[in-house]
Design a protein around this ligand. Sequence first.
Ligand code: GLU
Length: 278
Amino acid sequence: MSRPVVTRFAPSPTGYLHLGHAYSALFAQARARDSGGRFLLRLEDIDPGRCRPEYETAIYEDLVWLGLSWETPVRRQSEHLADYARALERLNDAGLLYPCFCSRSDIAASTTAPHGPDGPIYPGTCRRLDPGVRQERLARGDSHVVRLDMARAVSRTGALCWHDTARGPQTARPEQFGDVVLARRDVATSYHLAVTLDDHLQGVSLVTRGEDLFEASHVHRLLQALLDLDTPDYHHHPLLYGPDGKRFAKRDRSLTLRALREAGHPPETVRKMAGLLT
Ligand code: GLU
């Protein structure tokens, strides 16, 4: 038997869970259980515009119905903004961050660079902003995000590796994202920062998630090095596709766990449909 691992399922309460989530949650729980380890739940509720309390309640109900149990307390990201603020401060003190005042349309209009995994690669306009103008705009309270100076960050850490238990050893390639956003306009953190810090703080030793997030792990590995965080192993599992050949998404109402339950399917059927009978 492998060493005991700590895994987690980290949904965002922005819609009802669907079959793809069931697969991901069951996968994470099975890896913890089979190794004699621990399974945690985290609610990634940093998006104030899209997260709703009823979706959070539904996540608990749906997971219990599926037969899952997890350790308490559940970590809700919205309750830990001070942790993210401290991490940002540390990166800022190291001279690795800058405020970016560009709108999405400014970026779309100014960039001819290729798209990275998160969208168009930021052309670095505000990285080159005159320091006086930057201070003036900050003092005026102009709306902005906070970006990581990727080139400087990468030169600080040097080459980094991480391990995907499905795909094998990886050399980190965070540069493909360009200057990623680490704090959004509406909340002073971002997916990349919050997820990396939380996996460390919760002692997660095996991050399991869909392969759509494979590239994100390159950025997370960089943040671990910059913030002296532990580096877990990763396993990016295949995504489930619906009968129409498309990935399950929250907008597909018919295959939410809620809809399947209401249609009279027992949890065993849903576990089978998700491809895992555990
Ligand atoms: N909160 C993310 C989602 O719902 C998952 C993040 C992760 O597993 O790293 O897609």
